[in-house]
Design a protein around this ligand. Structure first.
Ligand code: BES
Ligand code: ZN
Length: 464
């Protein structure tokens, strides 16, 4: 093991320059003009897989962006990990708020700044380099490994589900491993055992059949932006509860034990508020911040537009107003059910003065991994060795929709071994990854591969 760790140490500079290459490819999955970059990025991942010693590398075409697969099956009798990650990234705008260009990875202080550095290229790369280090020193891995790295996670993983269904044999494994989340805090390693799901909606409110002069017509019709704002404002009550009818019906109540466990975590509301630059926190009454973030459903307006938003003034009474609204959901809510409740509720509260159309954009289900599973216990042991501290258990508020599909289609539980930090600006300007975590992540991943067979022996289900 020491050999592997010193190999990592003596290759730090090369690792960083290769990571910079990966981060230089603008693989923004949601923007058509980047389609060729996304494809180039898939090829880059495939080439890396070959370089680090993975076998049977294939770039699978989908109706959308490619999925990269490879495996290494040289450890008969040992457990098989199915590693999942994504090489696509979120858009970079507003680009003027970046301190250095988003696709020119730059080290400042103890961080590396670039789009995708934490979410998720940096974390995928952690594993590629852990594999390389292990292979170079042992000529083999202590486990069997299959990897799928997709290019559509940031747009809802639309084609991945079909891919998994069509390749059940190829993807046969004992557990799923994902590094696409965060640790609790700097110096506080954690294993994540829960994710929220999501139901993402778009709302279109139409008023008059054309844009109108706000002087000649103002006072005669309901301005659709006003109507939309009234609708949005009514979606929370004075206690911060979501008012969509039936919204909380399927929410699994927090257990006493879980509430007690959250209370023990090193958390400080004041510090959190200060860091975010808000005078006071806001949310559903009766729950702590961590409970609201991890185990309670929410509704957020992600964007609102319509009318005139360019330079100067224009006295227009717009014909339409739009909003994007997403709901984070928790066990045992269902994204399609929640989407239907939302649509029904909006139709019910829509004033007669406007027409309201609701469209579902994408959805994903919430996930919980049993913490007593051998995979999670191997992660606990690996984190302790990799970061020198016993990890905490936590949930996360974000979503990785494929986790539940892995369970449904392949019958596999997922281990969420995240090396990001909650304040690394994922999806925002100045996204970064902490370099200690990056290298700690490589060490931990190597330990995880080594730990897993021991834990599996003691508690793994029988291999299929
Ligand atoms: N890496 C995140 C998921 C995540 C975020 C996990 C924070 C844990 C903590 C992932 O890339 C992501 O952003 N997913 C989207 C999914 C959506 C587009 C379906 C999300 O959560 O918004
Ligand atoms: Zn991600």
């Amino acid at each position: 093991m020491q050999q592997v760790i010193s190999y990592v140490d003596s290759n730090k500079d090369r690792y960083l320059s290769e990571l910079k290459e990966f981060l230089a490819i603008p693989s923004v999955s949601s923007q058509k003009n980047h389609d060729a970059d996304v494809r180039r990025c898939a090829q880059w991942v495939a080439d890396q897989m070959k370089t680090v010693g993975m076998q049977n590398t294939q770039v699978f075409e989908t109706p959308g962006h490619p999925i990269v697969y490879s495996d290494w099956r040289g450890a008969p009798g040992k457990p098989t990990i199915l590693f999942y990650g994504h090489y696509d990234v979120q858009p970079v705008d507003p680009v003027n708020l970046w301190t250095s260009p988003p696709f020119e990875a730059t080290i400042r202080g103890e961080n590396l700044y670039a789009r995708g550095s934490a979410d998720d290229k940096g974390q995928v790369f952690i594993h590629l380099k852990a594999i390389e280090a292990y292979m170079k020193n042992h000529g083999s891995l202590p486990i069997n490994l299959k990897m799928i790295i997709e290019g559509e996670e940031e747009v809802g993983s639309e084609n991945l589900e079909d891919f998994v269904k069509q390749h059940k044999d190829l993807l046969k494994a004992d557990l799923v491993l994902i590094s696409d989340s965060s640790m609790f805090a700097k110096g506080v390693p954690s294993v994540c055992y829960g994710l929220r799901g999501i139901a993402y909606m778009e709302v279109e409110v139409s008023g008059p059949n054309r844009d109108l002069h706000s002087g000649s017509f103002g006072g005669s019709v309901h301005n659709p932006i006003q109507a939309l704002s009234e609708i949005i404002a009514s979606l929370h009550d004075k206690n911060g509860k979501v008012t969509v009818q039936g919204f909380y019906r399927d929410v699994r109540p927090l257990s006493k034990a879980e509430r007690a466990a959250y209370k023990k975590l090193p958390w400080n509301d004041k510090k959190y508020a200060k860091d975010l630059g808000v005078a006071q926190l806001y949310g559903e009454k009766g729950f702590t911040t961590l409970e609201r973030l991890w185990a309670r459903p929410t509704l957020e307006c992600n964007g609102i537009w319509g009318g005139y938003i360019e330079e100067g003034a224009k006295t227009v009474l717009p014909s339409k107003g739009f909003a994007k609204i997403s709901m984070r959901i928790v066990p045992d809510q269902d994204s399609q059910k929640v989407a239907r409740l939302f649509e029904k509720h909006l139709q019910k509260i829509a004033p007669k003065t406007v027409d309201v159309k609701v469209r579902a954009l994408h959805g994903g289900e919430p996930a919980i991994t049993p913490i007593e599973s051998p995979g999670v216990q191997a992660a606990v042991a690996a984190l302790e060795k990799g970061f020198g501290k016993k990890p905490l258990y936590q949930r996360e508020g974000g979503s990785i929709p494929i986790v539940v599909q892995f369970k449904k289609i392949l019958g596999l539980d997922t281990v969420l071994l995240g090396f990001g930090l909650p304040d690394e600006n994922a999806h925002a300007p100045d996204e970064h990854i902490n370099l200690d975590n990056f290298f700690g992540g490589i060490r931990t991943s190597v330990h995880f591969y080594e730990e897993l067979p021991h834990h599996w022996k003691n508690g793994g289900r029988k291999r299929k």
